[in-house]
Design a protein around this ligand. Structure first.
Ligand code: HPA
Length: 273
């Protein structure tokens, strides 16, 4: 069923983007939506037009698919994503990754805003995701396996491509950015964490905490795509930050760094395909 629905959505998108054949897709996280304006010859498709596609209800998430050229490379940009905390099921949250798979996307860049757990991080820093900890309590690949897509049991040793991380570091260095790597831990949200949870997550080996990305990575890997994850440290995590956490802080930091993120993604695109 999921396969047919994702085929239907992919056929619709293909019909809208003419002859463009993107192999690279980018998902924009909270407060990072303006990155989409770096896309040239943009064709915009609202999620509400795409069959079976979930709609973003979270503030700061646009809800549009943008096709065009980034750094001269054909791309699909998802401006906005959906989260489990919005009430969507894990298969709904990851449906866009299925559609990207049907469209022939081979590489996906997942961006997000995250809380910084690593005491060495500063607000506004961009961090490459080296690995993740799934603390969501579910795995979106649960359910009947469709052998047309991938195998039942699949490896996650290098869920976030080492090669893509190296390319990202090179692109970052060209801009004077020292891109470090960190481990991203996903919670369902929507409440932020308690200081005790953050201390526990730090002990577990997490550098970053957020409410997205992990389900998408799990399904992108099932689809055989290479994944690059880029977090913007939008705030210091609970108990590390001297003040209480608000979504406004997350968006404001996003706005501060979205120019930098756009430049990084443009340089990356040119190097990635
Ligand atoms: N916790 C969880 N998710 C987040 C945070 C945080 O501190 N910042 C941005 N997304």
């Amino acid at each position: 069923m999921m396969f047919e629905k994702s085929q239907e959505a992919a056929a619709f998108v293909r019909g809208k983007i003419g002859g463009l054949e993107p192999r690279l897709a980018i998902v924009l996280g909270s407060g990072l939506g303006v990155v989409a304006s770096a896309v040239e010859q943009a064709m915009v498709i609202p999620y509400t037009d795409i069959p079976h596609f979930p709609r973003s209800t979270a503030p700061g998430h646009g809800g549009r698919l943008i096709a065009g050229l980034l750094g001269g490379v054909p791309v699909l940009v998802m401006q906005g994503r959906v989260h489990f905390y919005e009430g969507y099921t894990p298969p709904q949250v990851t449906f866009p990754m299925r559609v990207l798979g049907r469209l022939g996307i081979k590489t996906v860049v997942l961006t997000n805003a995250a809380g910084g757990i690593n005491p060495g991080y500063r607000v506004g820093q961009l961090v490459l995701i080296a690995d993740h900890i799934n603390f969501l309590g579910f795995n979106p690949a649960v359910g009947p396996n469709d052998e047309r897509i991938g195998v039942r049991f699949y490896d996650m040793t290098e869920a976030y491509s080492r090669g893509l991380r190296e390319i990202a570091k090179t692109a970052g260095a060209e801009m004077g950015l020292d891109l470090v790597e960190g481990v991203y831990l996903a919670t369902t949200g929507p409440s932020y964490e308690t200081p005790a949870e953050i201390r526990a997550f730090r002990t577990m080996g997490a550098d970053l905490v957020g409410m997205s990305t992990v389900p998408e990575t799990i399904i992108a890997r099932h689809e055989g795509m290479r994944v690059l994850g880029v977090s913007c440290v939008s705030n210091l995590a609970a108990g590390i930050s001297p003040h209480q956490l608000t979504a406004e802080e997350v968006f404001e930091t996003g706005k501060m760094v979205e120019g930098q993120m756009a430049e990084l993604l443009k340089r990356l695109a040119a190097k990635m395909v």
